[in-house]
Design a protein around this ligand. Structure first.
Ligand code: NAI
Length: 396
Protein backbone atom coordinates (compact mmCIF):
# COMPACT_ATOMS: atom_id res chain seq x y z
CA UNK A 1 0.00 0.00 0.00
CA UNK A 2 1.20 3.53 -0.79
CA UNK A 3 2.49 5.91 1.87
CA UNK A 4 0.58 9.17 2.34
CA UNK A 5 3.39 11.17 0.68
CA UNK A 6 3.19 8.96 -2.40
CA UNK A 7 -0.47 9.75 -3.12
CA UNK A 8 -0.51 11.94 -6.23
CA UNK A 9 -3.35 10.85 -8.52
CA UNK A 10 -6.87 10.81 -7.18
CA UNK A 11 -9.95 9.74 -9.11
CA UNK A 12 -13.41 10.96 -8.18
CA UNK A 13 -16.28 8.78 -9.38
CA UNK A 14 -19.56 10.63 -9.87
CA UNK A 15 -19.73 14.28 -10.92
CA UNK A 16 -22.95 15.02 -9.04
CA UNK A 17 -23.52 17.18 -5.96
CA UNK A 18 -20.99 15.29 -3.83
CA UNK A 19 -18.53 14.31 -6.52
CA UNK A 20 -17.80 17.82 -7.77
CA UNK A 21 -17.45 19.08 -4.19
CA UNK A 22 -15.00 16.32 -3.28
CA UNK A 23 -13.06 16.92 -6.52
CA UNK A 24 -12.83 20.64 -5.73
CA UNK A 25 -11.29 20.18 -2.28
CA UNK A 26 -8.98 17.43 -3.56
CA UNK A 27 -7.76 19.78 -6.31
CA UNK A 28 -7.35 22.60 -3.77
CA UNK A 29 -5.14 20.27 -1.72
CA UNK A 30 -2.82 20.01 -4.74
CA UNK A 31 -3.59 16.52 -6.07
CA UNK A 32 -4.16 15.61 -9.72
CA UNK A 33 -7.78 14.61 -10.18
CA UNK A 34 -9.71 12.64 -12.77
CA UNK A 35 -13.48 13.17 -12.64
CA UNK A 36 -15.48 10.21 -13.95
CA UNK A 37 -19.18 9.92 -14.72
CA UNK A 38 -21.33 7.93 -17.14
CA UNK A 39 -21.87 10.70 -19.71
CA UNK A 40 -19.59 13.41 -21.05
CA UNK A 41 -22.24 16.07 -20.52
CA UNK A 42 -22.52 15.20 -16.80
CA UNK A 43 -18.73 15.26 -16.38
CA UNK A 44 -18.57 18.67 -18.11
CA UNK A 45 -21.31 20.05 -15.87
CA UNK A 46 -19.48 18.78 -12.79
CA UNK A 47 -16.19 20.30 -13.90
CA UNK A 48 -17.92 23.61 -14.55
CA UNK A 49 -19.24 23.48 -10.97
CA UNK A 50 -15.68 22.87 -9.74
CA UNK A 51 -14.46 25.96 -11.61
CA UNK A 52 -17.31 28.04 -10.22
CA UNK A 53 -16.50 26.73 -6.73
CA UNK A 54 -12.86 27.68 -7.15
CA UNK A 55 -13.86 31.17 -8.28
CA UNK A 56 -15.93 31.57 -5.11
CA UNK A 57 -13.03 30.29 -3.00
CA UNK A 58 -10.70 32.76 -4.73
CA UNK A 59 -13.06 35.67 -4.14
CA UNK A 60 -12.95 34.81 -0.41
CA UNK A 61 -9.13 34.66 -0.47
CA UNK A 62 -9.15 30.91 0.20
CA UNK A 63 -6.83 29.80 -2.60
CA UNK A 64 -3.15 29.37 -1.84
CA UNK A 65 -1.18 32.51 -2.71
CA UNK A 66 0.35 32.47 -6.19
CA UNK A 67 -1.90 29.62 -7.35
CA UNK A 68 -4.36 30.49 -10.12
CA UNK A 69 -7.56 28.69 -11.03
CA UNK A 70 -6.10 27.76 -14.41
CA UNK A 71 -3.06 26.20 -12.65
CA UNK A 72 -5.42 24.11 -10.55
CA UNK A 73 -7.64 23.14 -13.49
CA UNK A 74 -4.59 21.92 -15.45
CA UNK A 75 -4.52 19.08 -12.93
CA UNK A 76 -8.18 18.17 -13.56
CA UNK A 77 -8.90 15.47 -16.16
CA UNK A 78 -12.25 14.14 -17.30
CA UNK A 79 -13.33 10.64 -18.25
CA UNK A 80 -16.32 8.42 -18.95
CA UNK A 81 -14.23 5.25 -19.14
CA UNK A 82 -13.85 3.85 -15.64
CA UNK A 83 -11.31 1.11 -16.36
CA UNK A 84 -8.79 3.37 -18.05
CA UNK A 85 -9.45 6.34 -15.70
CA UNK A 86 -8.14 4.44 -12.68
CA UNK A 87 -5.05 2.88 -14.33
CA UNK A 88 -2.69 5.25 -12.45
CA UNK A 89 -4.90 6.05 -9.50
CA UNK A 90 -3.45 6.02 -6.00
CA UNK A 91 -6.76 6.81 -4.32
CA UNK A 92 -10.38 6.73 -5.51
CA UNK A 93 -13.32 8.59 -4.01
CA UNK A 94 -16.60 6.99 -4.98
CA UNK A 95 -19.58 9.39 -5.00
CA UNK A 96 -21.96 7.71 -7.43
CA UNK A 97 -25.66 6.98 -7.07
CA UNK A 98 -26.71 5.30 -3.78
CA UNK A 99 -27.45 1.86 -5.23
CA UNK A 100 -25.61 -1.07 -3.72
CA UNK A 101 -25.35 -3.19 -6.87
CA UNK A 102 -23.90 -0.26 -8.84
CA UNK A 103 -21.40 0.61 -6.10
CA UNK A 104 -20.33 -3.06 -5.81
CA UNK A 105 -19.80 -3.38 -9.55
CA UNK A 106 -17.87 -0.10 -9.74
CA UNK A 107 -15.68 -1.12 -6.78
CA UNK A 108 -14.91 -4.43 -8.47
CA UNK A 109 -13.93 -2.76 -11.77
CA UNK A 110 -11.78 -0.17 -9.98
CA UNK A 111 -9.88 -2.73 -7.90
CA UNK A 112 -9.28 -4.88 -10.98
CA UNK A 113 -7.87 -2.01 -13.06
CA UNK A 114 -6.14 0.28 -10.55
CA UNK A 115 -2.61 -0.32 -9.21
CA UNK A 116 -2.53 -2.79 -6.25
CA UNK A 117 -1.84 -0.01 -3.72
CA UNK A 118 -4.96 1.99 -4.69
CA UNK A 119 -7.48 2.76 -1.93
CA UNK A 120 -11.21 2.86 -2.71
CA UNK A 121 -13.11 5.23 -0.40
CA UNK A 122 -16.89 5.16 -0.64
CA UNK A 123 -19.01 8.18 0.24
CA UNK A 124 -22.05 5.95 0.72
CA UNK A 125 -24.78 7.32 2.96
CA UNK A 126 -26.07 3.99 4.19
CA UNK A 127 -24.43 0.82 2.89
CA UNK A 128 -22.00 -1.45 4.66
CA UNK A 129 -18.48 -0.95 3.36
CA UNK A 130 -18.12 -4.73 3.73
CA UNK A 131 -20.93 -5.24 1.20
CA UNK A 132 -19.50 -2.72 -1.28
CA UNK A 133 -16.06 -4.41 -1.09
CA UNK A 134 -17.37 -7.98 -1.13
CA UNK A 135 -16.84 -8.86 -4.81
CA UNK A 136 -13.60 -6.90 -5.22
CA UNK A 137 -10.21 -8.61 -5.22
CA UNK A 138 -8.82 -6.30 -2.49
CA UNK A 139 -11.42 -5.66 0.24
CA UNK A 140 -8.60 -4.69 2.60
CA UNK A 141 -8.10 -1.53 0.50
CA UNK A 142 -11.76 -0.48 0.66
CA UNK A 143 -12.89 2.02 3.30
CA UNK A 144 -15.73 4.49 3.87
CA UNK A 145 -15.17 8.26 3.67
CA UNK A 146 -18.34 10.22 4.19
CA UNK A 147 -18.49 13.93 3.39
CA UNK A 148 -21.37 16.35 3.83
CA UNK A 149 -23.07 18.67 1.36
CA UNK A 150 -21.72 21.13 0.38
CA UNK A 151 -18.29 19.53 0.76
CA UNK A 152 -16.38 22.82 0.62
CA UNK A 153 -18.38 24.31 3.49
CA UNK A 154 -19.26 21.41 5.77
CA UNK A 155 -16.04 20.57 7.54
CA UNK A 156 -16.61 17.00 8.70
CA UNK A 157 -15.44 13.79 7.06
CA UNK A 158 -16.10 10.42 8.70
CA UNK A 159 -13.57 7.70 7.86
CA UNK A 160 -14.69 4.16 8.62
CA UNK A 161 -13.54 0.57 8.33
CA UNK A 162 -15.44 -2.30 6.78
CA UNK A 163 -14.95 -5.74 8.30
CA UNK A 164 -12.04 -6.49 6.01
CA UNK A 165 -10.43 -3.03 5.66
CA UNK A 166 -6.83 -2.88 6.87
CA UNK A 167 -5.67 -0.45 9.55
CA UNK A 168 -3.24 1.00 7.02
CA UNK A 169 -6.06 1.83 4.59
CA UNK A 170 -7.98 3.53 7.39
CA UNK A 171 -4.86 5.48 8.46
CA UNK A 172 -4.34 6.67 4.91
CA UNK A 173 -7.97 7.77 4.59
CA UNK A 174 -7.66 9.74 7.83
CA UNK A 175 -4.48 11.44 6.63
CA UNK A 176 -6.01 12.36 3.27
CA UNK A 177 -9.13 13.65 5.04
CA UNK A 178 -7.08 15.92 7.29
CA UNK A 179 -5.32 17.30 4.24
CA UNK A 180 -8.49 18.44 2.47
CA UNK A 181 -9.42 22.10 2.96
CA UNK A 182 -12.74 23.39 4.21
CA UNK A 183 -13.70 27.01 3.63
CA UNK A 184 -15.24 27.42 7.08
CA UNK A 185 -12.28 26.17 9.13
CA UNK A 186 -10.26 23.07 9.83
CA UNK A 187 -11.63 19.75 8.60
CA UNK A 188 -12.85 17.46 11.39
CA UNK A 189 -11.68 13.99 10.39
CA UNK A 190 -13.32 11.31 12.48
CA UNK A 191 -11.90 7.78 12.67
CA UNK A 192 -14.50 5.02 13.11
CA UNK A 193 -12.99 1.60 13.83
CA UNK A 194 -16.21 -0.42 13.94
CA UNK A 195 -18.52 -0.64 10.95
CA UNK A 196 -21.80 1.25 11.20
CA UNK A 197 -23.94 1.55 8.05
CA UNK A 198 -24.43 5.31 7.73
CA UNK A 199 -21.32 6.09 9.81
CA UNK A 200 -22.24 8.31 12.80
CA UNK A 201 -24.16 11.16 11.19
CA UNK A 202 -26.59 9.22 9.05
CA UNK A 203 -27.29 6.79 11.86
CA UNK A 204 -28.83 9.87 13.53
CA UNK A 205 -30.14 11.67 10.46
CA UNK A 206 -31.97 8.90 8.59
CA UNK A 207 -34.24 7.46 11.32
CA UNK A 208 -36.20 10.76 11.70
CA UNK A 209 -37.34 10.09 8.13
CA UNK A 210 -39.54 7.29 9.49
CA UNK A 211 -41.43 9.96 11.41
CA UNK A 212 -41.26 12.59 8.66
CA UNK A 213 -42.45 10.23 5.93
CA UNK A 214 -45.39 9.31 8.17
CA UNK A 215 -46.12 13.05 8.64
CA UNK A 216 -45.88 13.73 4.87
CA UNK A 217 -48.50 11.04 4.23
CA UNK A 218 -50.79 12.37 6.97
CA UNK A 219 -50.45 15.92 5.59
CA UNK A 220 -51.21 14.71 2.07
CA UNK A 221 -54.32 12.83 3.26
CA UNK A 222 -55.52 16.04 4.92
CA UNK A 223 -54.49 18.31 1.98
CA UNK A 224 -52.17 20.37 4.18
CA UNK A 225 -49.72 22.49 2.11
CA UNK A 226 -46.06 21.51 2.51
CA UNK A 227 -45.04 24.99 3.61
CA UNK A 228 -47.23 24.63 6.68
CA UNK A 229 -45.33 21.48 7.63
CA UNK A 230 -42.06 23.39 7.20
CA UNK A 231 -43.54 26.22 9.27
CA UNK A 232 -44.14 23.72 12.11
CA UNK A 233 -40.44 22.88 12.12
CA UNK A 234 -39.33 26.51 11.90
CA UNK A 235 -41.30 27.30 15.03
CA UNK A 236 -38.65 25.75 17.27
CA UNK A 237 -35.59 26.56 15.12
CA UNK A 238 -34.11 23.14 15.87
CA UNK A 239 -33.25 22.47 12.23
CA UNK A 240 -31.81 24.88 9.63
CA UNK A 241 -34.62 24.16 7.13
CA UNK A 242 -38.04 22.56 7.34
CA UNK A 243 -38.17 18.86 6.38
CA UNK A 244 -39.79 19.40 2.94
CA UNK A 245 -37.26 22.06 1.94
CA UNK A 246 -34.37 19.99 3.32
CA UNK A 247 -35.48 16.85 1.47
CA UNK A 248 -35.66 18.86 -1.77
CA UNK A 249 -32.30 20.46 -1.04
CA UNK A 250 -30.53 17.15 -0.48
CA UNK A 251 -32.37 15.30 -3.27
CA UNK A 252 -35.65 13.43 -2.70
CA UNK A 253 -34.08 10.31 -4.25
CA UNK A 254 -31.19 10.52 -1.76
CA UNK A 255 -33.66 10.35 1.15
CA UNK A 256 -35.72 7.67 -0.61
CA UNK A 257 -32.69 5.49 -1.43
CA UNK A 258 -31.25 5.84 2.06
CA UNK A 259 -34.58 4.73 3.55
CA UNK A 260 -34.72 1.74 1.18
CA UNK A 261 -31.22 0.77 2.25
CA UNK A 262 -32.03 1.04 5.96
CA UNK A 263 -35.24 -0.91 5.31
CA UNK A 264 -33.01 -3.76 4.11
CA UNK A 265 -30.38 -3.41 6.84
CA UNK A 266 -32.34 -2.41 9.95
CA UNK A 267 -36.13 -2.57 9.77
CA UNK A 268 -39.20 -2.55 7.52
CA UNK A 269 -40.21 0.64 9.37
CA UNK A 270 -37.88 2.51 6.99
CA UNK A 271 -40.06 1.72 3.94
CA UNK A 272 -40.67 5.15 2.30
CA UNK A 273 -44.28 6.32 2.46
CA UNK A 274 -46.62 7.18 -0.39
CA UNK A 275 -45.56 10.82 -0.79
CA UNK A 276 -41.82 10.13 -1.07
CA UNK A 277 -42.40 7.14 -3.36
CA UNK A 278 -44.65 9.16 -5.63
CA UNK A 279 -42.18 12.06 -5.86
CA UNK A 280 -39.36 9.71 -6.86
CA UNK A 281 -41.47 7.73 -9.33
CA UNK A 282 -42.53 10.95 -11.08
CA UNK A 283 -38.96 12.32 -11.22
CA UNK A 284 -39.67 15.13 -8.72
CA UNK A 285 -36.25 14.94 -7.07
CA UNK A 286 -36.14 18.45 -5.58
CA UNK A 287 -33.60 21.18 -6.23
CA UNK A 288 -31.57 19.17 -8.73
CA UNK A 289 -34.53 18.29 -11.01
CA UNK A 290 -36.30 21.65 -10.55
CA UNK A 291 -39.38 20.19 -8.84
CA UNK A 292 -39.94 18.32 -5.61
CA UNK A 293 -42.12 19.34 -2.69
CA UNK A 294 -41.44 22.83 -4.08
CA UNK A 295 -40.62 24.56 -7.37
CA UNK A 296 -36.87 25.22 -7.76
CA UNK A 297 -36.90 26.13 -11.45
CA UNK A 298 -36.26 29.81 -10.70
CA UNK A 299 -33.53 29.24 -8.11
CA UNK A 300 -34.26 28.94 -4.40
CA UNK A 301 -37.83 27.83 -3.74
CA UNK A 302 -40.19 30.48 -2.36
CA UNK A 303 -41.60 29.16 0.88
CA UNK A 304 -44.12 31.08 2.95
CA UNK A 305 -43.74 30.06 6.57
CA UNK A 306 -46.47 32.31 8.00
CA UNK A 307 -49.01 29.59 8.72
CA UNK A 308 -48.36 26.44 10.74
CA UNK A 309 -50.17 23.13 10.37
CA UNK A 310 -49.61 22.03 13.97
CA UNK A 311 -48.97 18.49 12.74
CA UNK A 312 -45.22 18.08 13.03
CA UNK A 313 -43.51 18.20 16.41
CA UNK A 314 -39.87 19.22 15.77
CA UNK A 315 -38.85 17.90 19.19
CA UNK A 316 -39.60 14.40 17.86
CA UNK A 317 -36.65 14.77 15.48
CA UNK A 318 -34.29 15.51 18.38
CA UNK A 319 -35.82 12.69 20.41
CA UNK A 320 -35.22 10.21 17.59
CA UNK A 321 -31.66 11.44 17.11
CA UNK A 322 -30.92 11.15 20.84
CA UNK A 323 -32.23 7.58 20.79
CA UNK A 324 -30.05 6.69 17.80
CA UNK A 325 -27.02 8.35 19.40
CA UNK A 326 -27.59 6.25 22.53
CA UNK A 327 -27.78 3.12 20.35
CA UNK A 328 -24.36 4.05 18.85
CA UNK A 329 -23.02 4.17 22.42
CA UNK A 330 -24.69 0.84 23.26
CA UNK A 331 -23.18 -0.75 20.12
CA UNK A 332 -19.74 0.70 21.00
CA UNK A 333 -19.40 2.43 17.61
CA UNK A 334 -18.28 5.43 19.66
CA UNK A 335 -17.11 5.52 23.26
CA UNK A 336 -18.59 8.89 24.19
CA UNK A 337 -21.31 11.23 22.97
CA UNK A 338 -19.11 14.30 22.45
CA UNK A 339 -17.85 13.01 19.11
CA UNK A 340 -21.46 12.50 17.95
CA UNK A 341 -22.34 16.12 18.73
CA UNK A 342 -19.07 17.29 17.09
CA UNK A 343 -19.86 15.37 13.88
CA UNK A 344 -23.38 16.80 13.76
CA UNK A 345 -22.15 20.37 14.16
CA UNK A 346 -19.22 20.16 11.72
CA UNK A 347 -21.16 18.07 9.18
CA UNK A 348 -24.62 19.61 9.24
CA UNK A 349 -24.30 22.91 11.17
CA UNK A 350 -26.98 21.51 13.46
CA UNK A 351 -26.39 20.99 17.17
CA UNK A 352 -26.30 17.37 18.21
CA UNK A 353 -29.06 15.94 20.44
CA UNK A 354 -27.07 15.30 23.63
CA UNK A 355 -27.02 18.72 25.31
CA UNK A 356 -30.79 19.22 25.15
CA UNK A 357 -31.18 15.46 25.60
CA UNK A 358 -29.69 15.62 29.10
CA UNK A 359 -32.60 17.80 30.19
CA UNK A 360 -35.32 16.19 28.10
CA UNK A 361 -34.60 12.47 27.86
CA UNK A 362 -37.54 11.43 30.08
CA UNK A 363 -40.06 13.56 28.19
CA UNK A 364 -38.57 12.52 24.83
CA UNK A 365 -38.67 8.82 25.76
CA UNK A 366 -42.37 9.18 26.53
CA UNK A 367 -42.93 11.00 23.21
CA UNK A 368 -41.26 8.16 21.32
CA UNK A 369 -43.29 5.55 23.17
CA UNK A 370 -46.53 7.42 22.33
CA UNK A 371 -45.56 7.67 18.65
CA UNK A 372 -44.70 3.97 18.49
CA UNK A 373 -48.13 3.17 19.94
CA UNK A 374 -49.99 5.12 17.25
CA UNK A 375 -47.76 4.34 14.26
CA UNK A 376 -46.49 0.82 15.06
CA UNK A 377 -43.01 2.00 14.00
CA UNK A 378 -41.23 -0.12 16.60
CA UNK A 379 -37.76 0.85 15.39
CA UNK A 380 -38.27 4.18 17.19
CA UNK A 381 -38.78 2.62 20.65
CA UNK A 382 -36.46 4.37 23.12
CA UNK A 383 -33.46 2.22 24.07
CA UNK A 384 -32.47 1.53 27.69
CA UNK A 385 -29.53 3.94 27.69
CA UNK A 386 -31.85 6.80 26.64
CA UNK A 387 -34.71 5.93 29.00
CA UNK A 388 -32.41 5.55 32.00
CA UNK A 389 -30.36 8.68 31.25
CA UNK A 390 -27.26 6.45 31.57
CA UNK A 391 -25.69 8.23 28.57
CA UNK A 392 -25.21 11.39 30.66
CA UNK A 393 -22.01 10.00 32.18
CA UNK A 394 -20.61 8.92 28.81
CA UNK A 395 -19.28 12.18 27.38
CA UNK A 396 -15.90 10.86 26.12
P1 NAI B 1 -26.05 12.77 -7.52
O1 NAI B 1 -27.25 12.09 -8.05
O2 NAI B 1 -26.00 14.26 -7.49
O3 NAI B 1 -24.75 12.26 -8.32
C1 NAI B 1 -24.46 10.91 -8.55
C2 NAI B 1 -23.69 10.82 -9.84
O4 NAI B 1 -23.22 9.49 -10.00
C3 NAI B 1 -24.53 11.17 -11.08
O5 NAI B 1 -23.92 12.22 -11.81
C4 NAI B 1 -24.55 9.87 -11.87
O6 NAI B 1 -24.56 10.06 -13.29
C5 NAI B 1 -23.24 9.23 -11.40
N1 NAI B 1 -23.15 7.80 -11.65
C6 NAI B 1 -24.10 6.86 -11.56
N2 NAI B 1 -23.58 5.64 -11.87
C7 NAI B 1 -22.27 5.83 -12.16
C8 NAI B 1 -21.21 4.99 -12.53
N3 NAI B 1 -21.42 3.68 -12.72
N4 NAI B 1 -19.98 5.52 -12.74
C9 NAI B 1 -19.78 6.87 -12.58
N5 NAI B 1 -20.76 7.72 -12.21
C10 NAI B 1 -21.98 7.21 -12.00
O7 NAI B 1 -25.82 12.16 -6.06
P2 NAI B 1 -25.02 12.78 -4.83
O8 NAI B 1 -25.94 13.54 -3.98
O9 NAI B 1 -23.78 13.43 -5.34
O10 NAI B 1 -24.64 11.47 -4.01
C11 NAI B 1 -23.56 10.64 -4.38
C12 NAI B 1 -23.24 9.70 -3.24
O11 NAI B 1 -22.92 10.47 -2.07
C13 NAI B 1 -24.39 8.79 -2.82
O12 NAI B 1 -23.87 7.57 -2.38
C14 NAI B 1 -25.03 9.55 -1.66
O13 NAI B 1 -25.74 8.70 -0.81
C15 NAI B 1 -23.79 10.11 -1.00
N6 NAI B 1 -23.97 11.30 -0.17
C16 NAI B 1 -24.84 12.29 -0.56
C17 NAI B 1 -24.99 13.44 0.23
C18 NAI B 1 -25.91 14.55 -0.17
O14 NAI B 1 -26.17 15.43 0.66
N7 NAI B 1 -26.42 14.59 -1.39
C19 NAI B 1 -24.20 13.61 1.48
C20 NAI B 1 -23.25 12.55 1.73
C21 NAI B 1 -23.18 11.43 0.95
Amino acid sequence: MAEFSEIKNITVLGAGAMGYGIAQVVLMAGYSVTVVDVEEEIVNKGVLKIEQGLEKAQSKGKLEEGVSISDIMLKCKKSTDLSSAVKESDFVFEAIVEKLEVKKQVCKVVMKNAPPHCIFASNTSTFRITDIAKDSNRPENVIGMHFFFPVVLQCCVEVMKGEESSDKALDLGVEIGKNLPCLKGERLTVRIEKESPGFIANRLLIPPNIYLSWIFDKAFERSIPWEQIDADAEARKLTPMGPCELTDYLGVDTTYNSMKSYERIFSKDFAPGKVLTNLVETGHLGRKSGQGFYDWTRGKAEINLDKKAGVLNPEMIMAIMLNEGCKLLEEKIVSGYKIIDDVMLAGTSMSGPFSPGKRNYEKWSRMLEDFVKKSSKNFLKPCDLMKSGGFINMRR
